[in-house]
Write a protein that binds this ligand. Structure first.
Ligand SMILES: [Fe+2]
Ligand SMILES: [Fe+2]
Length: 134
């Protein structure tokens, strides 16, 4: 990655530096995209398979809409192919990850975690025969 995070373009970097930066970034973005899509898929599966989706559909749909929004933003960043924009791509990605952690996780994921923990404790307290399996 770029040694100078204050740069707005890659013009000051030599060819080898740019190539190194670009291939690292492509690999990183590919891994990130796969991780994000899989992570969101797992959360949405958990929502659909729990009672939360039946009891609080609006909350689940807002959570899933935010997943779609984050995925779209990541795909937009990944789609930038202009090598002179690599530094901007990294900065956009940094902002997106920051927003994901400070906003999405706090607003949506914690609520889902709390729900799943409550559901697990109910299942642990009562025999499966009474409440069915989830
Ligand atoms: Fe999450
Ligand atoms: Fe989430």
């Amino acid at each position: 990655m770029c040694v100078d995070v204050t740069r707005d373009s890659c013009h000051l970097c030599d060819g080898a530096q740019r190539e190194n930066c670009e291939s690292s970034l492509i690999g990183l973005l590919g891994d990130l995209l796969m991780f994000v899509l899989d992570h969101f898929h797992q959360e949405e599966k958990a929502m659909r398979e729990s009672m939360l989706y039946m009891m609080d559909r609006e909350v689940c749909e807002a959570h899933m809409e935010d997943h779609a929004h984050i995925s779209e933003k990541i795909q937009q960043i990944v789609a930038v192919t202009d090598p002179s924009k690599t530094v901007i791509q990294v900065r956009d990605l940094d902002r997106l990850l920051e927003t994901w952690l400070s906003n999405h996780v706090v607003l949506h994921d914690r609520a889902l975690d709390n729900w799943m923990a409550r559901q697990d404790s109910i299942i642990a307290r009562y025999p499966k025969a009474l409440i069915g399996s989830y």
